[in-house]
Write a protein of this length. Structure first.
Length: 503
């Protein structure tokens, strides 16, 4: 084996592009491993863990790290890197209109009613979002790592103009049935969602879609989603105070095609939750609150409450690959998530049984994992989509590398008794995520039968093929649930069967 590492100063490509470049180069003859990435702190840690020696660099440098077979041609491998990095350019005879150079000029071409989708590094997102707001348009900020003070400034300005800011870190939205970001494809209907949560929104979309399909099979219609307005995971924090949530509620209340509004959120600030409850009482449209927190309902219970309000019984939520003989192989639960809200929900359920658990997004500050440590000597829950783990990297719903590494670490720890995972489908996510997760699960179970429980969040209309994803996970040895709450309770039940479980 031989390694080659070089820096390309001043070169830049976004994290999704570089992920695709890395995969293309790694498929080249003689290439054992390839990592092409910006030299952010997190990416340098990944390269170091892979055994690469990276020279002094700055985040403005692009790192090209290649591990080659002994007789491989380095020049050919670098040529593959260059070819993968070449952007698509119009041919000399192409008369297509030149692309807009600013957000405002793009919106002038788009016309009234257009929504601006901002997906740039967090440090640049506020400028582009303000450009859209000043042009009189709503904006969805997919970018993370945007300072909270800038979020407040954007939403305060938007409120003064009757505009809506979805985000920052808004991963999912559905507007008039059109999905943005990591949205699932769902049955149309008369439900409106307001979501201070990305994967929490997707969990409700998946559950309500499944219920609607079951009802339709019996000749009953009426369960589907018209809008899902994401507002960013911090909107119901004390600092932001629900600025975007109030605007989203106003819009849905005024929509004659919405019969029921559901608000879903990560654990909100108590005072903001109380104010929100008062605000919803003044609306003409009924509102179901699904705010996660201690003593509150889980997301599956919220979906069941929505169905009850519409006059329907909840279906049996599907479970595949269950093994009645399975039991935990150690005392500890390892929850490794790509969805922050799904991680929150599982932690809230787990603490009722296990007591306090450690996390990089802890339920209280004293339970935070040490910086740089994702595997503690106690029950551990990790959100790989947290801002600190996505600087310079694609979201884990696109790039599973970091989580797969931690699955292997958890499996190698004899104290690990159960591994709890999520896999989230939808537009914008990895086209075949099970093709990456299933081998990691098989490897984790190779030396001992560690139970692996997965919440598979998606619909049968999603581009990844829900059935194929489920079958691949089950074939790898996982037990697969549509409901994240159900998956978590199953993991806790498996732990309870182990004599060494920590109750």
């Amino acid at each position: 084996m031989k390694d080659h590492v070089e820096l390309r100063s001043g070169a830049y490509a976004d994290s999704v592009t570089l992920l695709q470049v890395s995969r293309a180069v790694q498929a080249s003859p003689g290439v054992v491993a390839a990592q092409v990435a910006m030299a952010t702190g997190l990416n340098l840690e990944v390269l170091e863990a892979m055994g690469f020696d990276v020279p002094d660099s700055t985040p403005n440098d692009m790192v090209v790290a290649l591990r080659l077979e002994g007789d491989a041609d380095l020049a050919q491998a670098l040529q593959a890197v260059d070819a993968a990095l070449v952007p698509t350019r119009p041919s000399s005879g192409d008369t297509t209109e030149a692309p807009a150079r600013t957000t405002a000029s793009a919106l002038r071409r788009a016309g009234a009613g257009a929504v601006a989708l901002v997906s740039v590094p967090g440090a640049s997102a506020t400028v582009e979002a303000m450009d859209a707001l000043e042009s009189g348009h709503d904006v969805m900020i997919f970018s993370d790592n945007v300072p909270v003070a800038e979020e407040v400034a954007l939403k305060t300005y938007a409120s003064s103009r009757g505009a809506l800011v979805m985000g920052p870190d808004c991963g999912t939205a559905v507007i008039d049935g059109v999905g943005l970001g990591f949205a699932n494809t769902v049955r149309p209907g008369r439900i409106g969602l307001v979501a201070a949560s990305g994967t929490g929104c997707q969990q409700l979309l998946a559950l309500l879609h499944h219920a609607g399909e079951q009802l339709a099979a019996r000749g009953t219609e009426g369960v589907g989603v018209r809008h899902a307005l994401g507002v960013g995971g911090r909107d119901l924090s004390a600092a932001v105070g629900g600025l975007a949530t109030r605007e989203a509620l106003r819009r849905l209340d005024a929509d004659p095609d919405v019969d029921l509004v559901v608000v879903v959120s990560k654990p909100p600030a108590p005072e903001v939750a109380e104010a929100l409850a008062r605000d919803t009482e003044a609306l003409a449209t009924p509102v179901e609150l699904g705010l996660l927190g201690r003593g509150q309902r889980d997301l599956t219970a919220v979906a069941e409450a929505v169905l009850a309000r519409l006059g329907h019984d909840a279906p049996d939520w599907p479970v595949d690959g269950a093994d009645d003989a399975a039991t935990a192989t150690g005392p500890l639960l390892r929850g490794l998530f790509v969805g922050g809200t799904l991680c929150d929900e599982s932690m809230l359920l787990a603490t009722q049984v296990l007591g306090p658990v450690r996390s990089n997004i802890p339920l209280s500050d004293d339970l935070a994992l040490d910086p740089g440590e994702l595997l503690a000597d106690t029950h551990t829950f990790v959100d790989f989509g947290d801002d600190a783990l996505t600087q310079g990297r694609a979201h884990p719903m696109i790039d599973p590398t970091l989580r797969n590494e931690q699955i292997a670490r958890a499996a190698a720890d004899p104290a690990t008794g159960v591994i709890l995972l999520d896999l989230v489908l939808g537009h914008g996510a990895e086209p075949d995520p099970a093709s990456h997760l299933a081998p990691a699960i098989e490897a984790a179970r190779r030396d001992r039968p560690i139970p692996v429980v997965v919440s598979l969040v998606g619909t049968d209309l999603d581009p990844q093929d829900l059935t194929a994803q489920r079958e691949a996970l089950v074939a790898a040895g996982a037990e697969v649930h549509l409901s994240n709450a159900s998956a978590t309770r199953r993991a806790l039940d498996l732990l309870s069967r182990s004599e060494g479980a920590h109750q």
